[in-house]
Every structure is written in structure tokens, then in C-alpha cells.
Design a protein around this ligand. Sequence first.
Ligand SMILES: Cc1cc2nc3c(=O)[nH]c(=O)nc-3n(C[C@H](O)[C@H](O)[C@H](O)COP(=O)(O)OP(=O)(O)OC[C@H]3O[C@@H](n4cnc5c(N)ncnc54)[C@H](O)[C@@H]3O)c2cc1C
Ligand code: SF4
Ligand code: SF4
Length: 1013
Amino acid sequence: MLPRLSDIPAPASLHAEFLSELRLRGFEGDLAPGYGDRVVSATDNSIYQLLPQAIAFPRTTEDLVRIARVAAEERFKGLVFAPRGGGTGTNGQSLTGGLVVDVSRHMNRILEINTEERWVRVQAGVVKDQLNAALAEHGLFFPPELSTSNRATIGGMISTDACGQGSCLYGKTSDHVLELTTVLLDGAVWTSGPLEDEALRPVQRRTDLVGAVHRLVDTIQREQAGLIASHFPKLNRCLTGYDLAHIRDAQGRFNLNSILCGSEGTLAFLAEAKLNVVPIPKHAALVNVRYGSFDAALRDAQELIRFGAASIETVDSKVLGLAQDDVIWDSVRSYFPEDNGERATGVNLVEFVGDTEAAVEEPLARITAALNEYGQVRGRRGFTVARGEVDVNAIWDMRKKSVGLLGNMQGDARPIPFVEDTAVPPENLADYIAEFRATLDARGLAYGMFGHVDAGVLHVRPAINMKDKARERLIRDVTEDVVRITQKYGGLLWGEHGKGVRSEFSPRFFGPLYPTLQSIKAAFDPGNQLNPGKLAAPEDGELLRIDGLPTRGQLDRTIPPPVRAAYDEALHCNGNGACFTWDPDEAMCPSYKATRDRRHSPKGRASLTREWLRQLAALGFDPAAEAAALRCRPGWRTYRERLRNTLARRRGEPDFSHIVKDAMDGCLACKSCTGQCPIKVDVPTFRAKFLELYYSRYTRPRRDYLVGALESMLPPIGKMRSAYNLWLGSPPGRAMMRALGLVHTPKLSPINMRRELAHRGIADATPEALSALSAEERARSVVLVQDAFTSWYETQVVLAVLDLMQALGFRPFVAPFRPNGKPLHVHGFLGAFTRAATRNARMLQALAAAGVELVGVGTSMTLTYRSEYGMLPKADRPPPVLLVQEWLARHQDAIPRALRPGGEYALLPHCSERSLAVSSLRDWQAAFAAAGASLRVLPSGCCGMAGTYGHEAEHRDTSEKIYAMSWGPLVAKCAGDGRLLATGYSCRSQVKLIDGKMLPHPAHALLTCLRGG
Ligand SMILES: Cc1cc2nc3c(=O)[nH]c(=O)nc-3n(C[C@H](O)[C@H](O)[C@H](O)COP(=O)(O)OP(=O)(O)OC[C@H]3O[C@@H](n4cnc5c(N)ncnc54)[C@H](O)[C@@H]3O)c2cc1C
Ligand code: SF4
Ligand code: SF4
């Protein structure tokens, strides 16, 4: 039986006191001292893991002032703080053993947009893409680009002086900062911007921290201008983190923001920013040049730069290869064809932008003429051109996803960031990279590379198994080599992502200016409380060292390898934060978007599961072995013990498993993470494994048994559906469902399917009936695989699919109904699931033996055969079961053209379809096109229903909140004329429930087209 995990460390007493004091002072935000919150905030995208004592989520600038004032009190002088935004830092920037101050949850409002003067005022927790979405309608955007733009905050971007693709044209974040409102450590709120000397003088006379820092920084600029000029490299990326070179701007004005931008949360809390924004270029094109070697791509970039490109990005073969296995490939594949059966080993993406077509077309014509004329010189193999927002953005999205994709390399050695953003003068890049590669090759390390060749910044993540103690040493060895090579080529170790734990190299790069950085740090933060050890340490203090912090690998290695392998879907989360995406029209992750609570995200659930496995390992408990034993043991034997444990839980007996369970409960099992997380962290799979074990110790809610058994119960209930529906709609029926924790339980379809099948002359599929067909007949036959939900709740959809098959000239058979097992899997009845799945797979195997294609109607149930059924032994797995659209795509020639043009339709796909079978969305489009209609697939999030989730009483509110974020507005906008379609049964139920509209299934719409309706 799963043991109780009683090791739930509470925050240190001084931190607990600090939180109480904050509450007393009227702190309005959330304070989270719980172990679950702490574990989830213990990582960023770096290799490190540092458990904070608690997390504060301020709601207002006043809350930040409260934190600063209380922290300044003598008794709390020993406490340290790390401000945090999206938590996407790659070098431990927002990690601390003290208190995390996370502004992303509440301080995320866009305060003002001034289109005339082209600036915006935002709170620090606003996400970059959130800002750009609001600006888009004004034709404006905030240009510094970064791969994490859908979750990185403006506060984080300013604090790391972020930039990326397009930096040569648009500059870095600091180039667009007009004013910053910060809270200094004495509680002063100060808005900094360029100051003429007359304005500076009164500020310098102030007696608070504001006065002190202005006096010091001005003196530094006046007294050390020469030293600074000689030491700061003349690179696009400059030397961020107290940028001494720009204390005076081009007009000679004093600007404290040069020091604050890039200061990585070591000087003050950033509350608000006023930012410069620029017009969105109206035209863009991307030339995608393929090469026979990555070195050729790097060297050719210097040639291509002459054509006046806005940016040049490069990607190597490793990244391209990984992109091919990702959902993203579908949207870009045509731009990266193979050359004589070989994939390119390097690619340059050359972008042209302009406000007029001519501004783009003219340089485009020159570059393409040159590429055509000189053909395959310089290792070039060929090129493609992408035009238009959709295609250009799809390629940039693929490039943005590169680093995440690298994390998806298989095996224990995974690419990790520690030397991932070096910058050298672009003309040195190819030679520099050759040496860089040599040092990695000499150690036999695998790696992928991509980056901004125009700015001389290349992203390199060597693959190292950090769970192997002997390999850990490579962090120091490789870094020392890279520091040496980078300095040799006149570059910087931190070209883009900031310093964080790598600050130990600050003295080496800043040389005689390092004491100046120390004086700045001391002036802003006299008690060394903000992110200590980063950027600059006090005279008697120490900088963090790259091998001085606990790593995730060190903790993970305490989990025995077989257990790690059994929970592979959770272990490899690298914290890149893609699951925190702000975009409501992205499928991942509805539970996070609705709660803004990071425990309720794929990363949160993966982090808690890793900690759970670690704690189990410490007790010598093997969860995989226990799960296997459980599946052979009848549950009733342990009922009394489970009941005792459940009562103890009610009395408040602590168990870390409860913390994990709470996080798992919020998951909709929508499968979006399974397909969309770049690492393919698959929450529904490890959630099911967790629930199975959790309920070996505690009793299950009755509702789980009901839902788990639903598929088996539907055939008998269906025989008396009128009575059942009547009862369900009656007060006692509703009360009973409510008592079980179910709301809005759907009624069964009134259609008698057997009668309808007989009416259509459709026979049952049996191995005998199918094998009796001639080869010709089999080629024109098809087997419809039933699922519980469409067959009993949406019989009309099943009939529409059958009618469609007949309209295409096929003879459909209907497979006997067998429970598919998906509800059992979702609720962690893995033993029962395995049995149901095995039985079902055997039946499907017998039917498939005749060579007739199998087609499933319910999207999510059909995709279960490809996903959850993967846990069956290979021999027991089912044959391919096609989605309706996949089958249609195979038989496009059979689709008769409609009598009259079918017009335009729009589709809201099911989450699992978007994540696990993304290319099948094109199949729908092809089928509609063949029938003379068009189909637009709308970008959309989750509908919030996800099987039973939206029917569970405790989740109903969240379910509706999720619906309101993406589906609600889309349904309101597009559902008026019956041309908005949805593939998922759950999704259609949700729309009907909330908006009272029936969205047709695409099969219905296709039939209507074919019938000329
Ligand atoms: C996959 C991946 C790709 C990346 N690509 C890029 C890229 O293309 N370009 C790039 O520049 N970076 C990139 N990064 C690094 C990272 O995304 C950026 O540094 C980003 O700006 C961090 O923003 P954040 O909101 O996540 O900040 P966090 O990681 O939360 O914090 C970053 C730093 O800012 C400080 N901070 C945050 N908010 C505040 C505040 N309100 N007040 C004071 N200090 C604060 C923190 O203390 C910390 O030191 C990448 C990271 C990943 C994981
Ligand atoms: S779950 Fe996936 S997307 Fe989220 S942080 Fe982990 S690896 Fe990144
Ligand atoms: S299955 Fe859906 S709700 Fe659950 S973690 Fe994954 S994306 Fe989030």
C-alpha cells in the first residue's frame, strides 16, 4: 500500500513571521507558504532546483512597498527575496532559498495605450504576447522578440534586457523602455526616466535610497567614463546587468534605467513600465535557405546579410529533425523539402519586412536572383520563400520552439542551458563556433544549435545526463572552455539570457569595473537581500558559483532508474514554461489559464510528481512494482484500511500525496500537454498512475466507480432510455446525480440505433461477415467502430457518418460495441482499463484481419487507441482505427462534388485532435474542398468540458470559466448561421449547455453539402 508521506517541510519560522507581518500590514495579494507552491517555484528552465520558503503574489504596487518596508526591519534583515515573472530564466535568475515575489499572477494589467504618441504603460507581470495582442488592433507592437514571448513577462524581459530574433533592426528591451516604476528597498516608489541635469540635482539631494543611488550612479559615470568606454564591448548585445556604458543617453541625459534594465531582480522590485511601441510592418517575407552543412549556413549568413534583411536566424539539422516529430511540423513542412532524399543539415531564415510591398519585394527579388544565379555555391542546396502573415509566423513559431524541441531528445542525456547564449562579433561567429563545437565533440557531447547569426548569438545546449554524478563535472569543464573561447573571439558568455548563477564570471568579464558594480549593488540593496550572489556581491560577500547550487539532476538521481523509466512522462519536464502560455486560443493548459495557479499546470503536476517519487524512493517504496501488484489484488481486501486512512485525512492528517492529488484533480485530462508540450510531458498518463496508487491508500468517491462503469452500463440503460431520461430530468434523479457530485448529466439520444441500422440495411461487423466478402467488396467496405458516447448520446452523429460512407459508395458495417476504457484510464482504474482495452483490441484485431478499414466516430475515444492503448503489450495493441476525416482523406476521389457550392464553414476541433492528430485537421479541409466547400480551422483553446470534467460539480465553475476564455467569444461570433462545426461530443454538449446552440458535426455539414442543402 502507498505509504503516507509525512515529510512536508514548513517554511522557516522567520519567514512564517514575515508573512504574518505582511498580512497585518494589509497585504492584498496571496501568500503561499504551502509545500506544493514551494516545490513548483523551486525550478525555472535552468539545471538548478532551490526550494523557496514561500511565495508572495502581490496584487498592487502598495503590496510591493509592504514587502520592502517589512523586509527593511531589523528583525527581517536576514531574509532574502527573488522577484519572479514567468520563471523562464535559464540560469536560476528567479530561484531563491528565501521568498519568491511573483508578480505574474495579479500584476498583469495593461494600464494605458497611447496610440498617438506610441507608448504603453503596463504592470510588470504583463506577458509580452498579451501586450502585442492588445496592440495589434492599433497596428502597433512591442518589438523586442524572444522565444518565450507567450509566457515571459515585461518585468522579466526588462530585468534580463531580453531580445532575440530581429535585434539588429529593433534592438533590445532596454531600447524601448521609456520609464520604470520601481519599489526600492526602503519602500520608496520611484519612476525613473531620462533626466536633464537640472532635474537630476534635486533628486540627488533626497535623503532616501532614491537620492543615494542617483548620486552614486552619476558619480560613476562622471569619474569612470574612460574606463567604461574601453571595457564595454561594441556588440549588439553589449554587457547587460548594470549597463554602465549607457548611464547618459545619446542626448546626454542621465538615465537610471540603464542600470535597472538587465539588473535581474538584484536592485529593486519593478512594478510598472512605460514602453515605446512601433508600427507592425505591413509586409513580410521569409527566404528559407538550405545547406549541406551547418558551418556553411553560418559562413553564408555574412553574405546574405548584405541584402538588407531585417534578421537572419539559423537552425541546425538536430533541431529540424526534432521539429519533424512535433505538431508544429505540419504547418511548415513544405518550406523545408529534402534534397535528393536528404534533409538539410543547416538552414538560414532570412526575413524582409517593410511597410510597402515594394520595400519587401525589391530586396527579395535581389536575394532570390542571387540564390538562383549562383545555385549551389557555399554549401547551399536550395531555398523556398514564405509570404504572408500565417506562413511566415508558422516558420517563426517553429524557430521559437527550437529550444523546447531540443529538450525532447530521447534518453537520459538531455540538452541543458548553461553556455546557451554566447555572443561574438558576427564576423567571428563561424570560426568561434568551430572551436566551440570542437570542445563539445572532444567530450562526445551531443548538441543542437540555432540562433541569431546576424547578431553573433548562437544557442547551444549540450546534452548531459545530470542524473549521472560523474557527468555533472562537465558543467564546470565546458563552461571554463567556453569562457576562454568566447573571450578569445571578443565576445560575451551571456549574450541574451542574463547571468544568474553564471555571475561568478562577472569579475572576469567586467575586470576593473567589477568593484563599481559592487558599489551599485550596495547602494540599492545595503542588506544584500535581493537575489544575493547574482550579478554583484558585497565586498565581503560571494557570488554564486555554477556548481554551487543544488541541481534537479541531484534530486532526480535519488529516484531509482526503473521508477524514473516508469514515470518518464513526468521526469523530463525541463521547466521551459511553454505550458504557461497566456494565449487563450492555445489548447495547453486550460486548468492553468483558468486558475493562474502554477500547481495546476503541466509543469506544476510534473514537479509535484517528481517530488512525490523522490519521497517514495526515500522510503524504499517502488510505485511501479506496487501498481503491478495492485492490479492482481481485489480492492475489497484493503477497504477497511483505506477507510481508516480516509478518515484520518478528514481529521487533517498530513500526507504529501494529498498535495499532489489536489493538483491532479484540477486536470481536465484534455491531452493538450501530451501533444503540445515540447518535451511531451504527458500529464493524463502519469496522473492515471498516481490516482491508481493514491486510491490504494484512500477510498474513492462513488462517482469514480459510476463514471468508470458508465461504458458498460450504457447498453442495458439504453434499452429503457425513455424511462431513464424521464428519471434524469426529474427532481429525485437530479438530486441523486447531485449527491454523486454530477451536474447537467446528459440525457440519452431518443434514436433507436438498431432500428435505424436495419432501416439503412447496415449489418453488424463480424470477422465471418467481413472475410466472406470478395477482395473488391472489401475495398468498398468500411467498419464503423462505436464508442459509448456517440452511440448512446449522439446517435444522430453516428448515423450521419454512416450516411456519409454510403454517399461515398461504401458499404458500412458496424462493429459490436465494446467499452473502450478511456473513462477508466482517466480515473486511474488502470487494471480494469487494461482488461477492457485488451478485450476491445482483440475484437478490433479480429475485425481488421479481413483488411477492411476501421473508423471511429468519437475523436477522443478513437485517439485513445493511439495514446492510452500504448500501455498494452505490443501484441495486444489494436490495429489502426482511423478518424472519420482520415478515412475521408484516403477516399477523397470518392467524394462527389456538391450540387451547388457549399460555401464556407469554420471548425472548432477537439483538444485531443489538435494535439495528437493535428494533420487530420487538414484532412477535414481536404474533404470539404472535395465536396465544393471550404473549412477554416479556428485557433481555439479548450471548451472546458473534457469528458466528465465539466459535469463534476466542484469543477463546473472552472469549466465555464475555461469556456468563456476562448470558445464563448468564438461561438458568439461565428455560430449564427449553422456553419460553425465541432468534432467533439463533449465540446458540442458544452456549447449547448452554456449557449443553447447545437454545433453540427462536420460529417453532418459534409452530408448537407453533398445533398446540395
Ligand atoms: C525556451 C526558452 C527560450 C528563451 N529564449 C529567449 C530569447 O529568445 N531571448 C531572451 O532574451 N531570453 C530568452 N529566454 C530567457 C527568458 O525567457 C528571458 O530571460 C525572459 O525575459 C524572462 O522573463 P520571465 O518573465 O520569465 O522572468 P523570470 O525568469 O521570472 O525572471 C527573470 C529575471 O527577472 C527578474 N524579475 C522578474 N520580474 C521582476 C520584477 N517585477 N521586478 C524585478 N525583477 C524581476 C527575476 O528576479 C529574474 O532575475 C528563453 C528561455 C527559455 C526557457
Ligand atoms: S510541462 Fe512541458 S511545457 Fe511545461 S514547463 Fe515542463 S517541459 Fe515545459
Ligand atoms: S491534460 Fe490538459 S488540463 Fe491536464 S495538464 Fe495537460 S493540458 Fe493541462
